[in-house]
Design a protein around this ligand. Structure first.
Ligand SMILES: [Zn+2]
Length: 226
């Protein structure tokens, strides 16, 4: 467990498996940071591209993803990104099981985590996740808190990368000398860097977080479970 040797850990969680992940991975790797990518394995065809604020967003195909995410973690985000709270139990099961199976066959590792599509969940969805053996599931309920959380199937991230308080949170986290291990958990979508002109902002976060000898850098799996 990292907390034997470090007081603090940093991890990133980015969703949807989109082409902007290529540029984000280059930044992460340059700074020695680790992330988890929550992917939809049923949306790799061009007909599933979508437009947001004038930017065409395309999902990566499985072949590209299998090489790109090397050294990071791949986790579940459902097969085709429905709102799982609007699905029957059977549909929730199929959406997650398909994504798990394809990730397993492409990446040769069984995924153990996920992020909720649209951030929505209910007790039924959580029970299916538990049944399928997933160990953590991320919501989009920012809690600005870096303490350990017990309910990993309703995990609350620290903050979105474009939160107005993100630099303040990072500065406080880096300056802190906690008695208990702390996790700074940042989430988002790399396509927001194109739609909201945030590449320089995201890189400034990475630069600030990198190369602190008392901070552990790991994927969600590394930081939350191992
Ligand atoms: Zn998503």
């Amino acid at each position: 467990m990292w907390s034997k040797n470090y007081q603090k850990a940093v991890t990133f969680s980015f969703d949807d498996g989109v082409s902007q992940d290529i540029r984000f991975i280059e930044i992460l790797n340059r700074y020695g940071l680790k992330a988890t990518f929550n992917i939809n394995t049923g949306l790799g065809e061009p007909q599933y591209n979508f437009e947001l604020d004038g930017v065409v967003i395309s999902h990566l195909d499985l072949e590209t993803m299998s090489k790109l995410y090397d050294g990071h973690e791949v986790a579940v985000h459902s097969f085709t990104h429905p709102d799982l709270t609007q699905c029957t139990k059977k549909e929730v099961f199929e959406q997650l099981e398909k994504d798990i199976q394809i990730i397993e066959s492409i990446f040769k590792i069984k995924p153990i985590g996920m992020a909720y599509p649209y951030g929505t969940y209910n007790d039924l969805v959580v029970s299916v996740i538990d049944e399928l053996g997933l160990k953590y599931a991320r919501t989009i309920e920012d809690n600005y808190d870096t303490s350990f959380q017990k309910d990993l199937l309703r995990f609350k991230p620290t903050a979105h990368f474009n939160d107005p308080k993100i630099h303040e949170l990072i500065d406080d986290f880096l300056a802190s000398k906690p008695n208990q291990p702390q996790v700074l958990y940042i989430w988002g979508h790399s396509y927001e860097c194109d739609t909201h002109d945030l590449w320089a902002h995201l890189e400034s976060i990475c630069a600030k977080l990198a190369h602190h000898p008392n901070v552990f850098y790991g994927t969600n799996r590394d930081v939350l479970l191992e």
